[in-house]
Design a protein around this ligand. Structure first.
Ligand code: MG
Length: 274
């Protein structure tokens, strides 16, 4: 009986001490501060906590909430498109996925573009690419591919190491619209890294109410900062805006160069607003 009593008292003591310690903890927010334009108070105690996301172990690894579009072994999350352009050496009558997968990367073959099976709108995209070595061709003919957000807004992939081309066709350009702020290309044969934040255009009643915006890091160097996208990518022409779905597949371009890609992951975002 005595033993039971002493255990009970011990539990009571621990609970009391814990409660006292809790009371001593400094407040983790305020409910009497002025309101920000967002409607939340400065240091608002009720403001929702950021959603926890476990980051990848090493820089560049997919965080826990990412969709791994290509992890190095298969192209299950991609689809091809029918091609019969034998003049340009492209032939893929069944629209199969015929890019090569080996040694942890996929390599473009002359069989047409690849599209993700899933559609995306606002997103954070990580993608690594490598152009052919030794380099062949020059200007736009050297290591050309492209990452097309929504299948139509191209961030150019090009071997820009000692390879002069028009500025708005450089690696990291919004092709045909906005050159990258810097040329941060590594040598061909080295892996290059894009980290992209894309905000899709907003349409209402068939009209554009807010353009798309894109932020791009190339090898950790900021090359596009919330750059307005003027419309779908085109060659030698001004972009023409056309309404489209809120989510569409991402495209990797077959530009007849054997560009390689690896470690492709995406986080779907809702960047809000218009
Ligand atoms: Mg291209």
């Amino acid at each position: 009986m005595l033993k039971q009593m002493s255990s009970f008292l011990m539990v009571l003591l621990v609970a009391t001490l814990a409660h006292a310690a809790d009371k001593k903890k400094p407040s983790v927010g305020y409910d009497n501060t002025p309101k920000l334009p967002s409607g939340w108070r400065v240091h608002d105690i009720a403001r929702p906590q950021p959603t926890p996301v476990a980051p990848g172990i090493q820089l560049g690894d997919a965080p826990a909430d990412a969709i791994v579009l290509f992890g190095g072994t298969n192209l299950d999350l991609w689809r091809g498109v029918k091609q019969d352009n034998r003049k340009k050496g492209r032939y893929n009558p069944e629209g199969q996925v015929l890019w090569k997968v080996e040694n942890g990367y996929m390599q473009c073959t002359p069989t047409g573009d690849l599209f993700t099976r899933q559609s995306f709108g606002d997103c954070q995209l990580h993608i690594e690419w490598q152009s052919e070595v030794p380099p062949k061709g020059h200007s736009q003919g050297r290591g050309n591919s492209g990452v097309f957000l929504m299948g139509m807004y191209e961030i150019q992939v090009l071997d820009c190491y000692e390879n002069r081309t028009y500025a708005d066709g450089s690696a990291g350009s919004v092709y045909g619209q906005t050159p990258p702020m810097f040329n941060a290309c590594r040598k061909p044969g080295e892996w290059q890294v894009y980290d992209i934040v894309f905000q899709s255009p907003r349409f209402e009643g068939g009209k554009l109410v807010a353009p798309a915006y894109i932020t791009v890091f190339l090898n950790g160097v900021l090359v596009q900062h919330k750059t307005e996208i003027l419309g779908p990518t085109s060659h030698k022409k001004l972009p023409v805006v056309k309404p489209h779905a809120t989510k569409l597949p991402i495209k990797l371009q077959d530009h007849s160069n054997p560009t390689r890609f690896r470690n492709i992951w995406i986080r779907e975002l809702d960047l809000g607003g218009q």
